[in-house]
Design a protein around this ligand. Structure first.
Ligand SMILES: *Cc1c(COP(=O)(O)O)cnc(C)c1O
Length: 467
């Protein structure tokens, strides 16, 4: 919140009014002038300072340089309206405008994720590593994303990011990066199944979230979906019976946000590859290689070794990078995808390419760190934080919790974690202060697995401010 800094402003405003009066005084007959002055005294709205005058105040002029003149002007106009409506005194317009200014020209706020959900879609999925953030800042200006500085000629777009991805997945003959995993699936369907069928198990007709359904996405390309098997059991024979010359590819989708347990069956990729049709494996989460904490989560290297023609994945889930879609696999097929006319509509931004490369080559991103977080360390931090809060009179305690991976993958996996537990009433004011916890059994839990250790202090301060 901005405080009042307009000690001098009132004087400046009155000066303006005086100037107006002076200039008017010369042209208005004395009798009328008298009326005017009286009118001005009885109608305070006449004392509302002019927009340009307010905009000239140094603090607002400064703000215009960081926020843009139009934004500041709109705020001034709104404050003038409040004065006209009698909500504030005319003299308070500059202060009111200043107080109402946004902090930044973009409204998106940084949030501390204390939900314990590592990949939280509503909170922007993966937080970028410092290295990736720096890379986006560099790429934000003019950059050699598509230019060879040695020869002065056009170069392959994003070649550094593509090389980093290819090196990270040596089993892939070629790689391609596009807007997100949905775009990757769309391009596969357009390029490999136009006028043909995509064979998919009924157990893998998945809705990812917010109404995004993979079968609807695929059908929107005009490809036919050939559903096989049942919700809980699909066998190799089911696939075999559906495959023929009309087959574009078999799609194997990782059910990344739910589990079917009990009487179930689903063939592995190798068994499907043996059927002879191309297999596209949508692994969802973006693990490039097997992860020790998540043994059941599919990864790109294993899927390719099992013979998948292509693997598609998101870059902003367990890989911990920017929003992007990855396609890895058969070099010829990837080349066809890249040459498809729709590829241009799905291509990624230069800042994404920069962030992806830094994620792959640079230091461990926060998602990887959160997955690695050990209970004793988390418990220690919770103890320290709770102790500091209790010392300040807050009803805080340490609670053992279970963190989840989230919409990003590994449904059913829970990671033992530790949280600071507060009365439920803290949840809403903390949220307003951009600290998002979760409410469980009448308590507000701040799970530290997803909080950077360097943010513990900000969490403590936010709780104290809400006390
Ligand atoms: C998340 C997910 C998607 C969608 O990925 P986006 O990058 O959000 O487009 C598709 N398939 C699976 C299996 C997923 O988990």
């Amino acid at each position: 919140m901005r405080g009042g800094v307009f000690g001098l402003v009132a004087g400046a405003v009155f000066k303006t009014v005086e100037r107006q009066e002076l200039s008017l005084a010369g042209s208005i007959p004395v009798r009328l002038r008298h009326c005017f002055e009286r009118d001005q005294m009885t109608d305070p709205r006449r004392r509302i300072p002019r927009t340009d005058t307010v905009l000239e105040q140094p603090e607002l002029a400064d703000a215009a340089r960081t926020l843009g003149r139009d934004t500041v002007k709109a705020t001034v106009v709104a404050a003038q309206r409040r004065a006209r409506d009698g909500e504030i005194a005319p003299e308070a317009v500059p202060d009111a405008a200043f107080a109402a200014l946004p902090e930044r020209p973009s409204s998106m706020r940084a949030v501390i994720n204390a939900t314990g959900v590592v990949v939280h879609t509503n909170l922007g999925r993966a937080p970028l590593s410092g290295a990736a953030v720096d890379a986006t800042a560099v790429a934000a200006g003019y950059t050699d994303v598509e230019f060879d500085l040695v020869n002065g000629t056009r170069a392959r777009r994003g070649s550094g990011a593509l090389a980093a991805l290819a090196e990270a997945v040596p089993d892939a003959g070629a790689v391609h990066v596009l807007n997100n995993n949905a775009a990757a699936l769309l391009l596969c369907a357009l390029s490999m199944a136009a006028g043909k069928e995509i064979v998919i198990s009924r157990g893998e007709l998945v809705e990812i979230g917010d109404g995004f359904r993979i079968p609807e996405l695929l059908a929107s390309t005009g490809a036919q979906l050939r559903e096989v098997g049942t919700t809980n059991r699909t066998t190799v024979r089911d696939y075999a019976e559906a495959i023929g010359e009309h087959t574009g590819f078999i799609l194997k989708v990782h059910p990344s946000n739910f589990q079917i347990t009990g009487f179930t069956a689903s063939p592995n990729i190798a068994a499907l590859v043996d059927l002879g049709a191309p297999v596209v494996a949508d692994i969802g989460s973006g693990l490039l290689a097997p992860h020790p904490t998540l043994p059941d989560e599919p990864d790109a290297a294993s899927a390719l070794r099992a013979g998948a023609t292509l693997v598609t994945a998101s870059a902003d889930k367990l890989l911990g990078g920017p929003q992007a879609g990855l396609v890895l696999g058969d070099a010829e097929q990837v080349a066809l995808l890249r040459r498809h006319p729709a590829a241009r509509a799905l291509r990624v931004d230069k800042m994404t390419l920069a962030a992806l490369e830094a994620t792959l080559r640079g230091p461990e991103p926060p998602v990887a760190r959160a997955l690695r977080g050990e209970y004793p360390e988390l418990h220690d931090r919770a103890k320290q934080l709770a102790a500091a809060l209790m010392a300040a009179g807050v009803d805080a305690a340490v609670a053992d919790t279970e963190s989840a991976i989230g919409g990003g993958g590994a449904p059913g996996v829970v990671l033992p974690s530790a949280a600071v537990s507060l009365p439920e009433g803290y949840a809403a004011p903390l949220r307003a202060a951009a600290v998002v916890g979760r409410v469980e059994r009448g308590r507000c839990l701040l799970d530290l697995r997803t909080v950077l250790p360097s943010d513990d202090k900000r969490v403590r301060e936010a709780v104290l401010r809400c006390t």
